[in-house]
Design a protein around this ligand. Structure first.
Ligand SMILES: C[S@@+](CC[C@H](N)C(=O)[O-])C[C@H]1O[C@@H](n2cnc3c(N)ncnc32)[C@H](O)[C@@H]1O
Length: 229
């Protein structure tokens, strides 16, 4: 696992081409995954939400469009800068630079917290989940969108080949970045707890009722847990 400074530097380098690479490498499926994540939050009118490791803000914007009052944080300023030209001003989340392991909010500030493709990059994921839970009210929700590993027999093998051998090169090319961010993407997904193992991390973080839903043959998963009182 690279240290926090290496992670920050890596995302700073890919930031200018990050959205373009996401759309192209996933054939736009990542937008659908985020919409499913918004549905999983089960928003109530007027709710306040926090999106951590928000990057260029796609999930935060999707939640804001669905009616949530959103705050979004990330510790990589060049990623946050990319949010400046997105979305209508009326439903714009408030973006601020913050480490997910030390969120600058009082306890119980939000109704829910989300993280998309971010918790895998946090040096201590259980501490990250605990910190998210700290700032959410009892009974509130924590929703995580993350890659998992597909086990679909034939298509799964083709996808794994693409993910391991093609995507790292394509990612470099499309994002215009010289670093190994897309090799790291593959390696970190292979090493990161998924499915029941991730549900166990949620339990360790003190979350109740942990659940998961697999997306696109298990290429990604949405996890949901409740903050206990
Ligand atoms: C793969 S990007 C995901 C961005 C966005 N959530 C999305 O779905 O496109 C991961 C983000 O996590 C951020 N990140 C990683 N560790 C972090 C930490 N400890 N605190 C805050 N942000 C962090 C990185 O800076 C990066 O922007």
């Amino acid at each position: 696992m690279p240290d926090a400074t290496t992670i920050q530097r890596m995302f700073a380098e890919v930031a200018p081409g990050y959205d373009r690479a996401n759309r192209a490498l996933s054939l736009g499926i990542d937008l659908w995954w985020r919409r499913q994540t918004v549905r999983t939050v089960r928003l109530q009118p007027g709710e306040r939400g926090l999106d951590v490791c928000a990057g260029t803000g796609d999930l935060a914007f999707a939640l804001a469009r669905a009616g949530a009052r959103m705050v979004a944080t990330d510790f990589c300023a060049p990623m946050l800068v990319r949010t400046a030209h997105k979305g209508p001003a009326a439903s714009r989340p408030a973006f601020l630079a913050a480490d997910t392991l030390a969120l600058p909010f009082p306890d119980r500030s939000f109704d829910f917290a989300t993280v998309a493709f971010g918790i895998r990059n946090v040096s201590d994921p259980v501490a990250g989940l605990r910190e998210m839970a700290r700032v959410v009210r009892p009974g509130g929700r924590i929703v995580v969108l993350e890659f998992s590993r597909t086990r679909v027999p034939l298509l799964g093998r083709a996808y794994n080949f693409y993910f391991r051998h093609v995507l790292p090169r394509l990612g470099q090319w499309i994002s215009g970045s010289r670093n190994d961010a897309y090799r790291y993407l593959h390696d970190s997904v292979m090493a990161f707890p998924e499915r029941q193992q991730f549900l166990d991390l949620m339990t360790q973080a003190g979350l109740g009722e942990p659940r998961l839903r697999l997306l696109t043959g298990g290429v990604a998963a949405i996890y949901r847990g409740e903050v206990r009182g």
